[in-house]
Design a protein around this ligand. Structure first.
Ligand code: HEC
Length: 122
């Protein structure tokens, strides 16, 4: 996990735990077309771009700031084998969606600690 990348043992464990136990899911209808992604502009792009290798839960389980999502997209492409976006417009759409719908402040209580460590490897 990214957290392990960045943080030392105890902090990583705490963060992982927080990510598992403390992140509330947005109230969603499992019949929603894009479940578990909340409706919104760019949801289709995110659905198809992010569903290929892991559950979309991997995406909705975290809350990151725009800059961390930005880095994560680059990391997905460069290190995890995600295909490049068709163009910068598509990438922007995905980034906007993530930054809007899966932002730290969406989570009650302020959300999970965001990866703001200055030691980011990206
Ligand atoms: C080509 C495969 C692939 C695609 C496509 C892909 N991912 Fe990933 N993703 C991975 C792999 C592999 C991991 C696990 C990496 C690890 O934990 O070392 C991962 C992990 C993650 C994580 C968990 C990292 C963390 O913070 O703990 C998030 C969030 C994530 N991906 C978001 C996305 C998003 C958003 C998209 C779509 C824009 C996407 N992924 C598309 C391969 C992919």
């Amino acid at each position: 996990m990214i957290q392990r990348f960045i943080l030392g043992g105890a902090a990583a464990a705490a963060l992982t735990l927080a990510a598992v136990s403390a992140v509330p899911q947005v109230a969603l209808d499992t019949d929603d077309q894009w479940y578990p992604l909340p409706e919104g502009e760019g949801v289709m792009e995110v659905y198809y771009a992010c569903n290929a290798c892991h559950s979309l839960r991997t995406v909705t389980n975290v809350r990151y700031s725009r800059s961390v999502w930005d880095e994560l997209l680059t990391w997905m492409v460069e290190e995890q084998g995600m295909p490049e976006f068709r163009d910068s417009e598509e990438r922007q759409m995905v980034l906007d969606y993530l930054a809007t719908h899966l932002a730290p402040e969406d989570a009650p209580g302020g959300g999970v600690p965001v990866m703001s460590a200055p030691t980011s490897p990206w």
